[in-house]
Design a protein around this ligand. Structure first.
Ligand code: BDP
Length: 680
């Protein structure tokens, strides 16, 4: 057990369960000739049944007792009433029924992709112990585009990647196709992920040259049967770099013609190419503003080039400039006034919060504020600000929190048309850099398919498929996972603090940093701690970022008493003795939360240690070693932050609290040894 098999392990079930599953999957009846997608579905079912029961499920043409029937409207048995219109293009229904006196299971969908998703759903039901003789399940995705964004560079380094090198072996492509690509496709299809952006948003123009298009086309061929489209990040200045043009001005006819020809060229080799993801005029990337144009001019120009082919532009709203005040306000200020002006095939992709993937952020004010523009929610699966792949942090609750946040009466999930997750996948044998980080890929995919799922249920089914189905162990693992996100918030940035991490690498604590070239890169800019108190005043007395929220929220967030305590210092600058709901002062609560975070990690460690008999030895040892690192680093965060904030507040430590292990100067002097090239 090295983690390679992810949640598709299909290990032998206990005897009774084996018999139960085997009875429901004696044979598989499907259309012939089978499309590559249908073949993938059948192969997966056979693999799963053989793994779980030790018995083969053979293909058959006639349904017999215990048959699994894969049906579309074209080959559905007569007299069976199925909810076709509710299933759409990607949905499926699973139903146990009697057909001519035989007990069978029908997997029904309008398309072969739906049948593939339905097959994975049946396998999930089997692995998690559902009663397969009484299935009546139907599901269809709420969001049409469910994408991974790889921040993978063409030299195989991965920006903010902590799982080895890029899985895309650009050098060997297009001729050599690593078998991993198929397993990657299976894993994504099992979740319903239907698109993948292959390269970093900080894009090189080379990704749009003919050799790289051929490589992308080879990947598209592997992924296509699994319902996954290939997308590319596009560098806005490519017409200059590749086309020899003098400008990349989106209103210039030659520039427009260049992009159109480029799109035509891509669709020649990748007829179902998804489209372009663009980071423009952000952190030094080129964009339309370089020519006095705006985001609409840039996005619509690319949209026009793609539209003949049905392609889409995902235009990112992650922008901030050094000189325009509160960074949290900038995306809204640039984008909201453009609502209604984007072409129909443009989607504006917005990060979950207004700063940058912090352990906890209030939802981004753009959600709900651009009713005439399709939006995508961008989440980060890779844990750039949450302890890399060495800390155990289950992100399901973070994803759930933003999907369910209600900007104006309806949840964020209903304000978006698409969802994108910055991938945590790499060449590491276990794919994600640690065993538990696989759960974040899984949770992203499951919640992308159905944003109404509870992240606790998702954790449970992941554990059952990935580790064990023993009920006590499952409960304990789920409890650890659910506590982990709050723990990291507590030991890094409690009470709405944000951006306290070390320069460039973003791993350890550095709340003291105040000397970076741009004010809004410095932790002191974000926490604003001084003798008088701590926190960023975003009320009307301060930056007034609260005014970007809908009126109810704006009123609530303008006052500390009505602001959720978990967001307190995001919106307010408060005196150290400000009283909190716990009865403690702000200072005492801050220290208490840092302590609580460390204590939770210590608990997670002992819970894991107690599970030794339930987990295979290799993975148990791997995770135990990582948890030891996490505990040490949680202490490091806690001690360094407490030492620093104490030096600023001048207050004694609350009675009974442990003093930091080292002096503030020692924390400041520590250097984190990180691999360069992973983003600055
Ligand atoms: C930040 C990362 C940086 C990315 C940027 C982005 O630190 O590496 O390029 O986001 O999203 O979180 O474009």
């Amino acid at each position: 057990e090295d983690g390679y098999d992810l949640w598709l392990r299909y290990r032998g079930l206990a005897m009774v369960a084996q018999a139960r599953v085997a009875t429901q999957a004696r044979s598989i009846v499907h259309a012939e000739p089978a499309s590559p997608t249908l073949q993938a579905a059948v192969a997966e079912l056979k693999r799963g049944v053989a793994g779980m029961t030790g018995k083969e499920a053979a293909s058959a043409t006639q349904s017999a007792d215990g048959a699994l029937l894969l049906v579309t409207p074209a080959n559905a048995p007569k007299g069976v009433d199925l909810p076709w219109s509710e299933l759409g293009r990607e949905g499926y229904a699973l139903r146990s029924l009697k057909l001519g006196g035989r007990a069978v299971t029908v997997i029904a969908a309008n398309t072969d992709t739906g049948l593939l998703y339905g097959s994975f759903a049946w396998l999930r039901a089997a692995q998690t112990g559902a009663d397969l003789s009484r299935l009546d399940l139907r599901a269809a995705p709420k969001l049409g585009l469910r994408l991974l964004n790889h921040w993978d560079n063409l030299d195989r380094t991965v920006e903010r990647g902590y799982a080895g090198a890029s899985i895309w072996d650009w050098w060997k492509l297009p001729d050599l196709r690593d078998v991993r690509y198929v397993d990657y496709a299976r894993a994504n299809a099992s979740l319903g992920i239907n698109g993948t952006v292959l390269n970093n948003v900080n894009a090189k123009a080379d990704s749009l040259t003919a050799p790289f298009i051929a490589k992308a086309a080879a990947l598209a061929e592997v992924l296509r049967p699994y319902g996954i489209k290939v997308w590319l990040s596009a560098r806005f200045s490519a017409p200059k770099e590749l086309g020899g043009l003098k400008t990349a001005d989106p209103l210039d006819p030659a520039v427009r013609a260049w992009w159109k020809a480029k799109a035509d060229e891509i669709y020649q080799s990748i007829p179902d190419f998804g489209g372009f993801l663009v980071k423009a005029n952000s952190e030094g990337q080129p964009g339309p503003q370089d020519y006095g144009r705006n985001h609409v001019d840039g996005a619509n120009m690319l949209a026009e080039a793609l539209s003949a082919h049905g392609g889409v532009v995902m235009w990112r709203a992650f922008v901030y400039a050094p000189d325009t005040g509160d960074r949290a306000k900038q995306a809204f200020a640039e984008f909201q006034p453009l609502d209604g002006q984007f072409a129909a095939n443009v989607i504006v992709q917005v990060k979950n919060g207004a700063i940058d993937f912090q352990p906890r952020e209030p939802f981004h004010p753009l959600f709900g504020a651009m009713p005439k523009t399709p939006l995508a929610l961008e989440l980060q699966i890779t844990k750039e600000y949450l302890g890399f792949s060495t800390h155990l942090v289950y992100l399901g609750p973070l994803f759930e929190e933003v999907l369910r946040a209600q900007p104006d009466g309806a949840p964020v999930a209903q304000h978006v048309k698409a969802i994108a997750g910055v991938a945590n996948i790499g060449s590491d044998r276990n794919w994600s850099g640690s065993h538990f980080d696989q759960a974040n890929w899984y949770a992203f995919g499951r919640l992308a398919w159905n944003p109404e799922l509870a992240s606790s249920d998702v954790a449970r089914e992941w554990v059952q498929q990935t580790f064990t189905t023993a009920p006590r162990a499952v409960d304990s693992l789920v409890a650890m996972m659910l506590a982990s996100r709050e723990a990291v918030v507590d030991y890094m940035t409690p009470l709405g603090l944000h951006h306290l991490m070390g320069t460039a690498h973003h791993h350890g604590p550095a709340p003291w940093v105040d000397d970076l070239e741009r004010a809004d890169w410095n932790p002191v800019y974000f926490h604003r701690a001084g003798r008088d108190g701590i926190g960023f005043d975003r009320t009307p007395r301060g930056s007034n970022a609260v005014a970007q929220y809908a009126p109810d929220w704006a009123a609530r967030l303008a006052r500390p008493e009505t602001t959720p305590e978990d967001w307190l210092l995001w919106f307010h600058h408060l005196p150290w003795d400000y009283p909190l709901r716990s009865g403690r002062t702000l200072w005492a609560e801050l220290v208490a939360r840092y302590d609580r975070g460390v204590a939770t990690v210590a608990d997670m460690r002992s819970q894991w240690a107690a599970l030794k008999a339930d987990i295979d030895p290799q993975r148990h040892a791997d995770v135990a070693a990582y948890l030891a690192v996490q505990e040490a680093e949680a202490r490091w965060w806690r001690d360094a932050c407490v030492a620093y904030f104490q030096s600023v507040s001048g207050l004694p430590l609350p009675a009974g609290t442990r003093a930091p292990a080292h002096s503030l100067d020692e924390y400041k002097a520590q250097r984190f040894n990180f691999a360069p090239g992973r983003g600055g």
